[in-house]
Design a protein around this ligand. Structure first.
Ligand code: TEU
Ligand code: CA
Length: 560
């Protein structure tokens, strides 16, 4: 296999609105990011994925773009962007931009023209249909609740929006759309950016004839009905031929509905499409059978092990994995699958980090994850900004599936806003994020959990992440070793090995508060402990403490 720089990289995701404000308006911005680049460097990440910074009316916080070649006024100017890019490059950091091209904003010039009438040259840039039996053209639902169709009085037609009605879907079957998107991508790459994270890219090719989908128990078919449509690979291969292959970049597809089989196409090592993808199976494991993501499901560890292992085995030797717990769409992992009590927060955050970072694939760290930042104690729905959790919780309430009180509890567990509260830099007012009023409240935990406290403390979560990232740089086996799950039926321990040539790694993670006894296999008895979140000094010790994790490295055969 030909090695690529992004296979040994670690990506740090920045959500610009919540990272660092530089002018006191309570909203993070590009100058703020530039100021904090040395922090990302200190952590040891190589690549920054920047959530959208383009011009946008912010119906979905920048995922609704009204001008792909301009910077959002609140975030600064194109000069600020260029300065940030230069500064990142001078520190040896790469910048990967979010590419949101399944849809635009309804305020984009293309859509404004398209909406002006059926004879607009941009009409076919979007997906319009006549009413069916006096209503919506099919039963598709929006990811944010309700129908995926919006009626346009003037023309008597509906347009499709798989997300909010201010995010009309582009019609990728129209070659003029592809030309326009590819030109825009090329413009950014010529500027010197280092790749793209492609928003819901698996949705761009809609099924022929837009047939009704399976609505299950709800009123609408889920937005993912249009995942992996008939031309998805044609369009990505065309994009690759015409744009991506001309640059040494990294690309990651955000791909709802991804299966192992599909990943074998999207992120094949032959490089004909993308470098890697985000799959959604593991983050769906705690869904509620009735209410879905916005309910009260819980995680069963054996299912997580089975699922992540399936991806490790399934892509081995043919496609590349990406590894993530958190991003701007997920609640905080330490609150979700760790333990955010004062006693266990740091230890369980380190355990989760170990479990993910020792796997095969490119790891992603979402801002604040490296500090063990926690979910926010929301008290009412009025505090929530996130269009997805609000929309879904409201539809569930309308259907009698959630009371208002339960809805608030669901927000505390699942809202995307848990990830979007301001970054906690220090213990000063507003956690050092802004001198003004932050657009979302700062988590009250900031006096205990903040970067200033952790960067200087040897045993902090931050320094633990720093060590994990450094180990990946030092040991090829972490990037390239073959994965194998041990003890698949154990309900508490997640244990796996990695193997490369004459080297082996053993990774042990206790996901519970229970102390467990587990005899470490003989072959690791003389191994070196590469990292531990406890005081472990010996591989012979069979007592695995609550939330303990460690990694043992062993040379099993002399190097040739
Ligand atoms: O997310 C797409 C997507 O599938 C998520 O909405 C997902 O269903 C859920 O949030 C978490 O599993 C992308 C962006 O990451 C998200 O922020 C945008 O809202 C969305 O696309 C529309 O652009
Ligand atoms: Ca600002």
């Amino acid at each position: 296999m030909e090695k690529k720089w992004w296979q040994k990289s670690v990506v740090y995701q920045i959500y610009p609105r919540s990272f660092q404000d530089s002018n006191g308006d309570g909203i993070g911005d590009l100058k703020g990011i530039t100021k904090r680049l040395p922090y990302v460097k200190e952590l040891g990440a190589d690549v920054i994925w920047l959530s959208p910074v383009y011009q946008s009316p912010n119906d979905d916080n920048g995922y609704d773009i009204s001008d792909y070649q301009a910077i959002m006024t609140e975030f600064g100017t194109m000069e600020d962007f260029d300065e940030m890019l230069d500064c990142a490059h001078s520190l040896g950091l790469k910048i990967v931009m979010d590419l949101v091209v399944n849809h635009t904003s309804d305020e984009h010039a293309w859509f404004r023209s398209a909406r002006s009438g059926k004879d607009s040259p941009y009409r076919d840039f979007y997906i319009w249909r006549d009413p069916k039996n006096g209503g919506e053209p099919n039963n598709w639902g929006s990811c944010f609740g309700g129908s995926a169709w919006e009626y346009d009085e003037a023309s008597g037609q509906y347009f499709l929006h798989l997300f909010s009605k201010k995010q009309p879907d582009l019609n990728w079957d129209n070659p003029a759309v592809r030309d326009a998107v590819f030109d825009m991508m090329d413009w950014w790459l010529r500027k010197g950016i280092d790749g793209f994270r492609m928003d819901v890219i698996s949705l761009i090719s809609k099924p022929a004839g837009l047939p009704d989908g399976d609505a299950g128990s709800g009123p609408y078919a889920p937005f993912s009905v249009s995942a992996n449509g008939p031309h998805i690979h044609d369009y990505l291969q065309e994009m690759n031929r015409r744009v991506l292959s001309r640059y040494d970049i990294m690309t990651v597809g955000e791909t709802p509905g991804l299966t192992i089989e599909e990943a074998g196409r999207f992120s094949n090592l032959d490089g004909r499409e993308l470098s890697m993808c985000f799959q959604f199976e593991h983050t769906s494991l705690d869904e509620d059978p009735v209410r879905g993501r916005y309910g009260f499901g819980s995680l069963v560890l054996t299912e997580l092990k089975e699922n992540l292992s399936k991806w490790q085995y399934g892509l081995e030797g043919r496609a590349w994995n990406s590894l993530y717990w958190d991003n701007h769409d997920q609640p905080r992992i330490v609150s979700r699958w760790g333990n955010d009590s004062a006693e266990w927060r740091e230890k369980s955050a380190k355990m989760l980090a170990t479990c993910l970072h020792m796997m095969k694939g490119t790891p992603y760290v979402y801002q604040g994850e490296e500090l063990g930042m926690t979910n926010y104690p929301w008290e009412n729905l009025g505090q929530i900004n996130d269009i997805e959790s609000l929309g879904n919780v409201r539809s569930l309430m309308e259907r009698g599936l959630l009371t208002e009180e339960e809805a608030v509890e669901v927000m505390r567990r699942q809202s995307r806003d848990n990830a979007r509260t301001p970054m906690q830099w220090d213990a000063s007012e507003n956690a050092g994020f802004t001198e003004g009023t932050p657009w979302l409240p700062v988590n009250p935990a900031f006096r205990e959990i903040n970067a200033a406290e952790q960067t200087g403390r040897e045993d902090s979560v931050f320094n633990y992440y720093r060590k994990l990232i450094a180990l990946r740089k030092q040991y090829d086996i972490i990037a390239y070793g073959r994965y194998e799950l041990l003890e698949s039926e154990d309900p508490d321990l997640f244990i796996y090995t990695r193997e490369l040539g004459g080297e082996k790694l053993l990774v042990v993670c206790n996901f519970t508060e229970k102390e467990r006894v587990w005899q470490i296999p003989e072959e690791f008895a003389d191994g070196e402990i590469l990292i531990t979140n406890d005081e472990r000094t010996s591989a012979a010790d069979a007592v695995i403490r609550p939330y303990e994790s460690f990694v043992i490295y062993m040379i099993t055969a002399p190097k040739v």
